[in-house]
Design a protein around this ligand. Structure first.
Ligand SMILES: CC(C)(COP(=O)(O)OP(=O)(O)OC[C@H]1O[C@@H](n2cnc3c(N)ncnc32)[C@H](O)[C@@H]1OP(=O)(O)O)[C@@H](O)C(=O)NCCC(=O)NCCS
Length: 155
């Protein structure tokens, strides 16, 4: 089932957020004026949400919104959606989604996408709470059980 919602970016531009699940595949997408501004894809693998792709458009081409500019030949306009928190927000959305489905972990597996272990992008994920190991970059989603024994009366 596809869900849609209108939100605003930091510059007040209207973005249509949509979320869709097809079997084990999950899609999150942001459209602006009919063009794709950003997306994140994931695959549910057992108790893990594997991030298969994440992209924020730096050159989103839309129909020029200004009628006068269109009249004088400027038919399209390009928008950079990067570096305004959209990628971070998509990761938070995926984490929230995974938690809501009771999944234990969210992962970015090294060979499956373009993220190399020593790349700035790996650091980008680490800054957002992911930890790197041999096979992937991951974040555990289940909090460790609380130790409530200190509240028990002493014998
Ligand atoms: C990497 C990407 C998802 C980040 O999304 P974004 O919305 O631009 O990033 P945010 O605004 O949430 O975060 C901004 C921070 O990310 C950094 N950043 C932006 N693009 C980056 C990149 N390609 N690599 C490393 N860091 C990057 C910025 O310098 C900024 O750093 P700061 O927090 O220290 O100021 C986006 O730039 C992108 O899609 N890049 C190209 C495709 C790609 O590499 N996809 C990942 C495949 S899994």
């Amino acid at each position: 089932m596809k869900r849609e919602k209108l939100i605003h970016d930091r510059h007040g531009r209207i973005l249509k957020f949509s979320q869709e699940r097809c079997d084990e595949l999950v899609y999150f997408k942001l459209d602006h004026a009919g063009a794709c501004a950003a997306y994140a894809h994931g695959r549910i693998d057992g108790a893990v949400l594997v991030i298969t792709d994440l992209f924020v458009e730096s050159n989103c081409v839309i129909r020029q919104p200004d009628f006068l500019k269109r009249l004088f030949g400027q038919k399209t306009s390009a928008i950079n959606f990067q570096n305004q928190g959209i990628g971070s927000q998509l990761v938070i959305t995926m984490i929230t989604y995974a938690r809501s489905k009771g999944l234990m972990r969210i992962e970015n597996r090294w060979p499956e996408n373009d993220v190399r272990r020593d790349s700035p992008l790996a650091q980008w994920f680490q800054k957002r709470g992911f930890k790197a190991d041999e096979a992937s970059m991951k974040m555990d989603l289940k909090a460790p059980a609380h130790d409530d024994s200190k509240y028990m009366p002493k014998p």
